[in-house]
Write a protein that binds this ligand. Structure first.
Ligand code: FAD
Ligand code: NAP
Length: 315
């Protein structure tokens, strides 16, 4: 029987593992279906994690996260590279079912984060992986010295547009409004970048191409104008969906309460409304969606799981 099962190995899951093991829990397994590190490892730059800063070139998400697993493993955290299908509770115990087995656990922390949303334009799914991408650090290099488009007006869209501007000959940022959701310093850097051209009050009506992949986009402006943008690549950064699937029960209900967006409802101690079940990081309500906040949530949840197991299981 595990003392604690942690689902997800991003900043929240790793911090939870660090605090729980260093605090004394022995059997702690972090179920992470990929390499630990979470979604920030896809980011080409991070300049707001306190104490870790480098001027150009900025530290990458991968560089930031690289030492975390080693530190956690040092205190006894185990990593199971398995995808969790579901978490259920029977009596005092949780059952964690993965793609390769099932585990009993005294407590569970869910830190499964979020995944990029699709924008919903025609051709987006057809050309996904063949010109349509959600990861500039993964796919940007394919478009070296070529023109690309970025869809979205949040922090991710603008930061990744800046990253792409270092590789590509031109970056068109397509955004449905005039104001940006991104932080003002990022907007300023975009406005100053000669390689970035803004296409505002506009959306992508259609992505088109052939067997070799994307050839262009049909752009629809709010004023009724429409035009063709001949680009072989478009990067879609329109927000994220929370990964709450592991909490789904056989009757389609959730194991604990979630809000209308599917975010897990927790209190300030990361407790859900199910005893012994905690949630941390981007998956929880009112998450600031920052690495530092996810890490802090994980630390709180790890300490709370430790208290819970010590109070409720005396073996
Ligand atoms: P995640 O990092 O999403 O980690 C969740 C993990 O759970 C993933 O590794 C996933 O593989 C795993 N998982 C999911 N489902 C399962 C399952 N069923 N079984 C097993 N494993 C599972 N934040 C900042 O503070 N500064 C930035 O500059 C910044 N830039 C960003 C740039 C980009 C491109 C993106 C996408 C995000 C950025 N963020 C930034 C936000 C930051 O990455 C997130 O807030 C943070 O990673 C959330 O951490 P988390 O641990 O909650 O979840
Ligand atoms: P986000 O803040 O939700 O922004 C999504 C953007 O996409 C918005 O500009 C939105 O337009 C647009 N959009 C949404 N649906 C669309 C659609 N169907 N078609 C076209 N455009 C659409 O998402 P994000 O940028 O990925 O950021 C997610 C979270 O991570 C945020 O909290 C963010 O602050 C954080 N983050 C932080 C940093 C950092 O601190 N440096 C970096 C990256 C991410 P509207 O503006 O009109 O709604």
């Amino acid at each position: 029987m595990l003392d604690l099962a942690i689902i997800g190995g991003g900043p929240a899951g790793l911090s939870a593992g660090l605090y729980a093991t260093r605090g004394g829990l022995k059997e702690v397994v972090m179920f992470e279906m990929g390499m630990p590190g979470g979604q920030i490892t896809q980011s080409s730059e991070i300049e707001n994690y306190p104490g870790v800063f480098r001027e150009e070139p900025h530290i990458t998400g991968m560089e930031l996260m690289e030492p975390w697993p080693k530190q956690c493993m040092h205190f006894g955290l185990k990593h199971a590279m398995e995808q969790v299908q579901s978490v259920t509770k029977e009596g005092k115990h949780f059952n964690v079912t993965t793609d390769s087995g099932s585990y009993e656990a005294k407590s569970v922390i869910v830190c499964t984060g979020s995944t990029p949303k699709r924008a919903g334009f025609e051709g987006e799914d057809e050309f996904f992986g063949k010109g349509v991408s959600t990861c500039a650090t993964c796919d940007g290099f394919f478009y070296k010295d070529k023109e690309v488009a970025v869809l979205g007006g949040g922090d991710t869209a603008l930061e990744e547009a800046l990253y792409l501007a270092n590789i590509c000959s031109k970056v068109y940022v397509i955004h449905r409004r005039e104001e940006f959701r991104a932080a003002p310093p990022t907007v300023e850097r975009v406005l100053k970048n000669d390689k970035i051209e803004l296409i505002l009050n506009a959306s992508i009506a259609k992505a088109y191409g052939g067997p070799m992949g994307l050839e262009g986009l049909e752009i629809a402006k709010k004023d009724g104008e429409s035009f063709d943008l001949k680009v072989p690549g478009v990067f879609v950064f329109v927000g994220n969906n929370v990964n709450n699937g592991v909490l789904k029960q056989s009757d389609d209900s959730f194991l604990c309460s979630v809000n209308d967006n599917g975010e897990v409802i927790v209190d300030l101690n990361m407790h859900t409304d199910v005893e012994g079940l905690f949630a941390a990081g981007d998956i929880r309500i009112e998450a600031a969606k920052q690495v530092v906040c996810a890490a802090a949530d994980g630390a709180v949840a790890g300490m709370q799981a430790l208290n819970y197991v010590q109070e409720h299981f005396n073996d």
